[in-house]
Design a protein. Sequence first.
Length: 448
Amino acid sequence: MNAYEVNFDGLVGPTHNYGGLSYGNVASQSNSQAVSNPKEAALQGLGKMKALMEMGFKQGVFAPQERQDVAALRSLGFSGSDAEVIAQAAKQAMPLLAACSSASSMWTANSCTVSPSADTADGRVHFTAANLNCKFHRSIEHPTTSRVLGAMFANESVFAHHAALPAVGQFGDEGAANHTRFCKGYGDAGVEFFVFGRSAFDARFPAPQRYPARQTLEACQAVARLHGLGAEGVVYAQQNPAVIDQGVFHNDVISVGNGEVLFYHEDAFLETDKVLAELDGKLGKRGGRFQAVRVPRSAVAVEDAVRSYLFNSQLLSRADGGMLLVVPEECRGNARVWSYLNELTAGQGPIREVKVFDLKQSMQNGGGPACLRLRVALKENELAAVNQGVIMTPDLYTTLTAWVGKHYRDRLSETDLADPQLLVECRTALDELTQILKLGSVYPFQLN
Ligand code: SUG
């Protein structure tokens, strides 16, 4: 049976702004308080989805969340009407209002971890929503994420959904941003690669000194158990704490994998040789030939990787067997990275082509091409079971572009987050979106 990788990209929500909310994420911190352009952000994301669809890749859309999150503000003690809640928060605790206004659900690589059916004990595609427990503004995403995932992948005979892990730092889970799957073909049993930043229960593992390690070993192990993955199909690796301290807050900022290929920076992991040997051995037993493309620090320093987001790229299999790397414009803007990429594609390796996209609005919050997409490997019958309302088509692209044009602002500053009209605009837009994407009622609000 044919199988495909489908990329479900987050549609940027109407409140996209620069809140400076993510300590340890260099871009988020350095663009704090800048004025954002939500309309441009959404159109940049849609532009990438359309381009990939036109290149023949299967593309889906992942709906944004309602923000400002009035229910979260109420849980923190603000009260009255929705407008009063927002006004009180703006007056007394602007950082909380900013956190409850973030459009961060756009980075769907953090929505959940997915195990394709060929890897799982019960032969279903498994999803575990990520608790995103390290940052308050992200920790409020998972209940709605679970509802949206349930509406996209609704058929219980082929899809299994797990709630987020317990919401404590010991089970800190950032979803697919720290998870890669290697396989010969998308429908074959693969090797799932879980990368963690620290262990919560075993002091023998080192931890970063400066910035938080968001993903724990124990979270990775719990997800593997929930998904029914056998030990022969799983490899765990620790991220190098030194790179976390340089701003590599997720593993997808320092490596990306697809098919039989891992594209990684030489400083990405601890015990790299051992990790690569295990991947090679386990993929070999599943009929694959593991290929590691190592980027030396002499060619690209970690700092350049963090600035350009070279590794936060999408590594895609073309029909001819070669691979395409989808990178952000910032890679072309970095002379060392760009010259490395030119050498890479001129060589004999598996990566043959580079395509550049302008995703500046998202990039300024630390979200590149790979953050914006959730990969789901699906067999033909599973793809047919997906809610077809979320599959990108030329018509859907046209509809969504018009929807953004109608509902989104082209300028949002911190003071605008205090505007109760923003909430009305967001609810009106999302109400229409649930009909466009055929999602049913996935949002907590009710329009009167
Ligand atoms: O969690 N930025 C996100 C970026 C997520 C990137 N995702 C992956 N690497 N897969 C984060 O740090 C910044 C929001 C703000 O500052 O307004 C933010 O949440």
